[in-house]
Design a protein around this ligand. Structure first.
Ligand code: NAI
Ligand code: MN
Ligand code: ZN
Length: 338
């Protein structure tokens, strides 16, 4: 089988490898579609501190089960599945409180273990979630990015009367926008970014109001309208955003952080405690595949609004380069495998 392997940073090869065989409790997925995410590019460029090389990247993928290991029901053969990249132990403290996404021995497919940019991928059977026939392949490959939004909203419990502010109109800001509007009917969703084309995508994903803070002050814009956001989600992830969010927030607001910056954020405690703000963080997803599959079945979200490009996997280098360089026109880039 052909696999996309990052040998060492900056060295991507399409390698012929022996076809993987599923061990006990595992299934083999014949991959049909995969999505490129920022973290794939970070591993390629050597900017992911968790990555070990060589590595088959890819943690957003969809395909069909074509072999099952010992103890797995043979009825699963031929099933269309989307794969949850989060592999957890099931018994540590975070697992016991429903947070397998931060398991003390967390393994993420495509990061710590070989992932889905491959003609075939072997995964634990419980990570392979069946996709109903009513959901298309293109929607199915987008389940994982939407689970990030499901995890964020799971923490923040959005209400219809919320005034939400989302920083960043990249893939993460857009999945969150769609969840807030389509699933939670939040009355006002404001999205802020520096790139007009991305803000237009946010509008297509349901944002009520967009602000370009590259040329205007976000604070002045909100004050002019007398708006104090009650729910703020940082999907842009610069360390300076936390303090700005604390300043802009309504009393009793919730703030959700998604960033992994290793730079410190300066923040004044009084601003947090004085308004009794709740600050959450969200990483990957905790058992959110069935949640998003149900959103798709009900038509509450529309992944097509994020998909801008599709490449054959042989052209993966071009695909990643386009994804990295053309933020104005590129959002989700898919790879086709068969
Ligand atoms: P992206 O880079 O495509 O999008 C970020 C957007 O934020 C860009 O459009 C950029 O113009 C905008 N931006 C940057 N600084 C800004 C500022 N100060 N104000 C307003 N807009 C600003 O990235 P993507 O894929 O949407 O991911 C966003 C972030 O979320 C990344 O930092 C990524 O590491 C993180 N992430 C976190 C996950 C989690 O589970 N916690 C999962 C996936 C991504
Ligand atoms: Mn991703
Ligand atoms: Zn665990």
């Amino acid at each position: 089988m052909k696999s996309i392997v990052i040998q060492t940073p900056e060295e991507l090869v399409i390698e012929e490898r022996p076809r993987a065989e599923p061990a006990a409790g595992e299934v083999r997925v014949k991959v049909k579609l995969a999505g490129i995410c920022g973290s794939d590019s970070h591993i390629y460029r050597g900017h992911n501190p968790f990555a070990k090389y060589p590595r088959v990247i890819g943690h957003e993928f969809f395909g069909v089960i074509d072999a099952v290991g010992e103890g797995v029901d043979h009825a699963r053969m031929g099933q269309r599945v989307s794969v949850d990249p989060v592999i957890s132990c099931g018994h540590c403290y975070p697992c016991s409180v429903g947070k397998p996404n931060v398991c003390t021995s967390l393994v993420v497919l495509g990061v710590h273990r070989d992932g889905g940019f491959s003609e075939y991928a072997v995964v634990p059977e419980k990570n392979a979630w069946p996709i109903p026939d009513t959901i298309s392949d293109r929607h199915a490959v987008m389940v994982e990015p939407f689970t990030i939004a499901a995890n964020v909203t799971g923490h923040a419990s959005p209400l219809e009367q919320d005034v939400a502010l989302i920083y960043g109109a990249g893939p993460m800001g857009l999945v969150t926008t769609q969840a807030l509007k389509g699933v939670y009917n939040v009355s006002q969703v404001i999205v802020v970014d520096r790139i007009d084309e991305r803000l237009e995508m946010a509008q297509r994903s349901g944002a009520d109001w967009v602000i370009n803070n590259g040329n205007r002050s976000l604070q002045a814009e909100l004050e002019a309208k007398g708006i104090k956001p009650t729910l703020i989600i940082d999907a842009a992830c610069h360390p300076s955003i936390l303090q700005e969010a604390v300043t802009l927030a309504s009393p009793a607001a919730r703030i959700v952080l998604m960033g992994f910056s290793s730079e410190p954020s300066q923040v004044v405690q009084q601003g947090i405690t004085g308004k009794e703000l709740s600050i959450f963080s969200s990483r990957l997803n905790a058992n959110k595949f069935p949640v998003v599959i149900s959103w798709l079945e009900q038509g509450l979200i529309d992944p097509d609004k994020l998909i801008t490009n599709t490449f054959d996997y042989h052209d993966v280098k071009d695909a990643i380069e386009r994804f990295e360089k053309d933020q104005r026109h590129c959002c989700k880039v898919l790879l086709t495998f068969s």
